[in-house]
Design a protein around this ligand. Structure first.
Ligand SMILES: Cc1cc2nc3c(=O)[nH]c(=O)nc-3n(C[C@H](O)[C@H](O)[C@H](O)COP(=O)(O)OP(=O)(O)OC[C@H]3O[C@@H](n4cnc5c(N)ncnc54)[C@H](O)[C@@H]3O)c2cc1C
Length: 602
């Protein structure tokens, strides 16, 4: 059951709703579909990571499939994954234990149904990718070698090439999609927006408008569109994510009227390599799993005094501890000591190579590390069949929010979620391929000319990323979140009214939208829970106290375009399609009225 209320007992009373500037623009560019080149398919998959490609393989069982990726097919968060994929393959382990570990990590906000579904189907999906040729690491007896990561009470994380799990998974899935004659792969094809019949939230998705440096704007019509465009890591100045993770899918889902859930929850990884001026490279938790220590500037190992699991405490605990250590001692990083770890080069060949490129030898040198934004827990709300609140639109992977991760993701559960939910989305799309033919619409987006001054896009990009890092990062205060919302409203006013012609501009518009939603959602959750750490409000002492003092403490927060404030919901599934409700029961919030079917004016 969902209720629609303002957040409870808010210590300050800011304007809690999202500024209408983020709701006014339906499409980022003006167009008339009738004047653009048209492509037809049964299933359009947006994104070529684990979630997108696994969906595409399933959908290709029945019908023509197109996959779009904005860069090369393998520039994805998926390919950058190091630790592994969590699943129960050892008879000594149990599905129940995996479910329990997931629920514990999720801090009371995981939904039981998706958690059970994903943990139960995990072993089947792992076997499937082994059958497709994925080479997991094995021991001397040729058995799969399982590793352990923070929060798992059993060794159930399966890796490949030591720390190259993602590269091997991506390769396996690309090979598999290449074998399907029903799948066409469009790389360097930037998806700008989902097309909907009308502008009202809940209007069916008909496909997407895309831009390619060679072919320009194109319209791709599809019976089913699967949104698998990854997360929002790049919205933060410090991130482990590749440059493609600019929240495009989440922002365009919002523009198209899909409900977004739990946007305030962003997982920060404690240990990325800190080299000034260089992109942050992840130093996997598995390195701490092998016994690495965190040292402060005086060489003191500080984690044992903070948590009984020391360096293997939950990620948010370790990340906060590092931030506090830096605040105490100054400096930009702490140290990771791996000098005592045997076989570092063979266990972590990729990390060893990266360190080597900066002249760091983990056998003799300490490694400078710093936390960074790592995983976007919130996203487009889905049910157990990956359906969103918008007809014809499915969502999978990091861009989606199934309720599996709750308020904090258990390590290595996201590749698993991508495989399991991708297979479900693919099957769902294949089942729809025999229904009515793909029907194009005549859609016109008319955007008035902006009178605001020209702007320096790079400046807006770097300012918004810094603001998110300092004001909506690891340790938040309501005042800093409030300031962030003000800044986003200001930047939104003169950035979202513009029309850009290349991905740089569209990315900044998407990042502004996602950043505004994350900050506003965080401001609406007035107590710490999971990854959302507020340092200026008293912590609620127990789960019961949570529920008594703040009925929404263990509920999901839902945002939808056109609604001035969020609604709350106990479980994300089921969702009713064909609805403009922001809630799952009686309370209704209408999107902006649309009198001019199919014509966007803003
Ligand atoms: C460094 C690192 C290490 C990680 N390690 C692990 C791990 O060990 N285990 C684990 O379970 N998880 C790990 N994760 C998380 C995990 O990798 C991701 O959550 C998961 O891969 C997301 O998959 P996805 O398919 O949803 O998105 P992605 O793999 O990120 O793919 C997104 C796709 O969307 C496309 N796209 C985005 N915007 C557009 C646009 N506008 N137009 C066209 N295409 C677009 C991209 O081009 C890309 O193809 C790690 C993440 C990182 C960054």
């Amino acid at each position: 059951m969902c209720v629609r209320k303002s957040a409870c007992d808010h210590p300050i009373t800011p304007e809690l709703g999202l500024n209408t500037i983020f709701d006014t623009r339906r499409y980022l560019i003006p167009f008339r579909t009738g004047l653009l080149p048209q492509i037809f398919c049964d299933t359009l998959v947006l994104g070529s990571g684990v979630a997108g490609l696994r969906s595409a393989i399933g959908a290709a069982q029945s019908g023509q499939v197109i996959v779009c990726a904005k860069d090369t097919l393998d520039l994805t968060n998926t390919a950058w994954a190091q630790g592994g994929i969590a699943a129960v393959l050892d008879p000594q382990d149990s599905i129940e234990a995996h479910i329990q570990d997931t629920l514990t990590a999720g801090a009371g906000l995981c939904d039981l149904e998706p958690t059970e579904l994903i943990c139960k189907l995990g072993p089947k999906r792992i076997q499937e990718i082994i059958d497709w040729g994925m080479k997991f690491d094995r021991n001397g007896q040729d058995e799969l070698r399982a590793g352990r990561e923070g929060g798992h009470n059993a060794s159930r994380v399966y890796h490949a090439g030591g720390d190259a799990t993602g590269i091997e998974l991506q390769r396996t899935l690309i090979d598999q999609t290449n074998q399907h004659e029903n799948i066409r792969l469009f790389d360097h094809c930037f998806v700008i927006d989902l097309l909907t019949q009308s502008n009202e939230p809940g209007s069916p998705v008909l496909g997407a408008i895309t831009w390619h440096p060679k072919y320009g704007l194109q319209v791709i019509w599809a019976r089913t569109t699967i949104l698998a465009m990854g997360g929002a890591g790049q919205v933060f100045r410090e991130t482990s994510n590749p440059r493609v993770a600019t929240a495009d899918g989440i922002a365009m889902g919002y523009r198209a009227g899909a409900q977004l859930a739990d946007m305030e929850f962003v997982q920060f990884h404690p240990t990325t390599l800190y080299i000034p001026g260089a992109a942050r490279a992840l130093i996997s938790e598995a390195v701490r799993g092998e016994g690495a220590f965190l040292l402060d500037h005086s060489g003191h190992r500080f984690m044992p005094a903070i948590h009984e699991l020391a360096e293997l405490a939950p990620r948010d605990v370790v990340a906060s501890a590092i931030v506090r250590q830096l605040a105490l001692q100054g400096g930009k990083h702490v140290w990771l000591d791996c000098r005592h770890i045997k076989h570092f080069p063979s266990r972590f060949p990729g990390i060893h190579r990266t360190l080597g490129s900066f002249g760091i030898n983990p056998k003799t040198d300490l490694i400078p590390v710093h936390p960074a934004a790592h995983y976007t827990i919130g996203g487009v709300r889905t049910d157990l069949q990956t359906r969103t609140s918008v007809p014809n639109l499915l969502a999978v992977g990091e861009a989606s929010c199934t309720g599996l991760h709750g308020a904090n993701r258990l390590a290595s559960n996201s590749l698993l979620e991508g495989l399991v939910m991708g297979a479900i989305a693919g099957e769902e799309a294949a089942n729809r391929a025999d229904t009515a033919p793909v029907s194009p619409g005549s859609i016109v987006s008319a955007i008035e000319h902006s009178n605001h001054a020209e702007l320096d896009l790079d400046d807006v990009r770097s300012s918004l990323r810094s603001t998110m890092w300092f004001n909506a990062g690891i340790e938040r205060t309501l005042t800093k979140l409030d300031d962030a919302c003000d800044m986003f409203d200001l930047w939104g006013r003169y950035t979202l009214d513009k029309v850009f012609e290349t991905p740089d501009g569209w990315e900044v518009q998407n990042m502004l939208t996602a950043g505004a939603l994350i900050a506003r959602a965080a401001l609406n959750r007035p107590h710490s829970i999971g990854t959302h750490t507020l340092v200026d409000t008293p912590a609620l002492e127990s789960a019961d106290a949570h529920d008594a003092q703040c009925p929404q403490a263990h509920q999901h927060m839902i945002w939808i375009r056109g609604s001035s404030s969020p609604s709350y919901c106990h479980a994300l599934s089921p969702i009713t399609e064909h609805t403009t409700n922001t809630t799952c029961d009686s309370t209704t919030t209408k999107g902006e009225p649309n009198t001019d079917l199919g014509v966007s004016k803003n």
